[in-house]
Design a protein around this ligand. Structure first.
Ligand code: AMP
Ligand code: ZN
Length: 473
């Protein structure tokens, strides 16, 4: 697979450090509010990337942090503490807020068919790890104490890596936002590793450290959590485009200073979802959530489809009209997949036919995760002159990666149609009812017997996420 590496600004072949295995780190959510659908665009595209890497046969290990401490509104070291802001807004403790919005985040992910990473680590669980790495950075001369806080000294690096073409002013994060700069910093690009003399008197979460009672900066958490679970060599690091600078720049600085060798090989950044009035952002207060889409009658998977229709390295414009178009196209796609689930037989699929059907799909995703082209390849399979069983098998493999819930949605559609046309004979309907009762009573032997009778009468009964589906064999 070839992927655009933001660090080299080139498409490069993705070659893991250890053959056959791939380590992947994802910057997780700051859990002070619901995730908006912009954040979720990033997680959807990362999910497709992870699943495609698995699809190609790699043994992927993916780690995600949960930011429940240390993230200030400016992404640098100025502005309000995001978690504290959330807690005040809702008159709750920081930990209550963190728990509530972490759960809400994973519920949204589930609705969008986003797989849960192998390891999820809240920053507050790794304080000892942060202290250990910060201590080492101080010992190695890459950090200093000033005004009670510990700072990373960017002047000690041969190169302070900057992702894109940031101008000088942008380097002084916070200053441009009209917030007073931190006078303790020796260089304007230095950043806080540990806050002891916090300007937030009411900071709830504080831990003992060699430098006094305090709490970690935001950037150190991702470096430490990644190294803790994925070791000294990271293959792939993901995040939204806004994470590039200063967050990822600072992650590289402190990780490589600590390790003494290069750390992460590939950087994958998803561009933003914008609304008509600009970038969607949590701090603006008003934003679109998955629940809001649902309350307006949209299937969350229609939103996933909307995201897949454009390339992750392009800004995506959200509008209700655009979402309506995607929702209509998604329904049409399901309707086109549905006939593959009529009269299903367990015919074997010829491997050569299968590979041919998947060729376009593989080419699309091998080329810097071109999901729009991959969905076109899906339509090509539906149009192809090939046995239904082979097409069904190909579609299911593609949908492992795209995760549009096509098989389930197609079966649901067929079940709905069968119900509407009332073409299930009385006798079959009665057996289905009896079978449901037997299953409820956990009498599975009887349920199987009834299923056999239903099959004898020429019908198939199946359990899906949406419930029991009955269709003609
Ligand atoms: P946060 O919860 O603010 O730490 O952000 C979670 C993830 O969403 C990060 O990877 C951000 O880079 C990403 N993100 C933030 N805003 C947007 C947006 N408007 N569109 C896409 N991704 C975003
Ligand atoms: Zn991060």
């Amino acid at each position: 697979m070839y992927i655009y590496n933001s660090a080299s600004r080139k498409k490069e072949e993705l070659i893991p450090h250890t053959a056959g295995k791939l380590n992947m780190y994802t910057c997780g959510p700051t859990v002070y509010h619901y995730a908006h659908i912009g954040n979720l665009r990033t997680y959807i595209m990362e999910d497709v990337l992870e699943k495609y890497l698995r699809f190609t046969g790699l043994d992927v290990k993916r780690v995600m942090n949960i930011t429940d401490v240390g993230h200030l509104t400016s992404d640098g070291d100025t502005g309000d503490d995001k978690m504290l802001k959330g807690a005040k807004r809702e008159h709750k403790t920081v930990m209550e807020i963190a728990k509530f919005y972490t759960d809400a985040f994973f519920e949204d992910c589930k609705k969008l068919n986003i797989k849960t990473p192998d390891v999820i680590e809240p920053a507050t669980h790794c304080i000892d790890e942060f202290i250990r790495v910060i201590t080492a950075l101080l010992e190695k001369g890459y950090a200093y104490e000033a005004g009670g806080n510990i700072y990373f000294d960017t002047s000690k690096l041969d190169k302070y890596y900057i992702f894109n073409d940031f101008n000088e002013e942008d380097l002084a994060v916070g200053v441009r936002e009209g917030v007073e700069a931190d006078g303790n910093k020796r260089n304007k690009t230095d950043f806080v590793l540990w806050f002891t003399k916090s300007k937030f008197e009411d900071q709830e979460l504080k831990w003992e450290s060699p430098w006094g009672l305090g709490y970690p900066g935001w950037h150190i958490e991702c470096s430490c959590i990644s190294m803790k679970h994925l070791g000294e060599y990271l293959d792939l690091h993901c995040g939204g485009i806004d994470n590039q600078f200063p967050h990822h720049t600072n992650e590289i600085a402190q990780s490589e200073a600590y390790l003494g060798h290069p750390w992460c090989r590939y950087w994958f950044h998803v561009h933003h979802l914008n609304t008509g009035d600009g970038k969607m952002s949590k701090s603006k207060g008003e934003f679109l959530t998955v629940s809001l889409l649902e309350s307006k009658g949209y299937d969350p998977l229609a939103y996933r489809f909307f995201c897949l229709q454009s390339h992750y390295r392009k800004t995506l414009e959200f509008s209700w009209d655009n979402l309506d178009n995607a929702a209509a196209a998604y329904s049409k796609l399901v309707a086109r997949v549905a006939p593959l689930y009529e009269n299903v037989t367990d015919e074997k699929t010829d491997e050569a036919v299968f590979n041919e059907l998947l060729k376009g799909f593989r080419e699309a995703l091998d080329n810097d995760l071109n999901t729009a082209q991959a969905t076109t390849a899906l339509y090509d399979v539906l149009k192809a002159d090939a046995p239904a069983a082979a097409k069904r098998c190909a579609v299911e493999h593609m949908d492992y990666v795209l995760s549009l819930g096509l098989a389930e949605a197609a079966k649901k559609l067929l079940a709905g149609k069968a119900k509407e046309s009332g073409d299930i004979p009385e006798e079959v309907a009665e057996l289905v009812k009896q079978r449901a009762e037997a299953r409820k009573a956990k009498d599975f032997a009887k349920a199987d017997e009834l299923r056999a009778k239903i099959t004898e009468l020429g019908y198939i009964v199946e359990e899906t996420r949406q419930g029991t589906v009955i269709r003609k064999a």
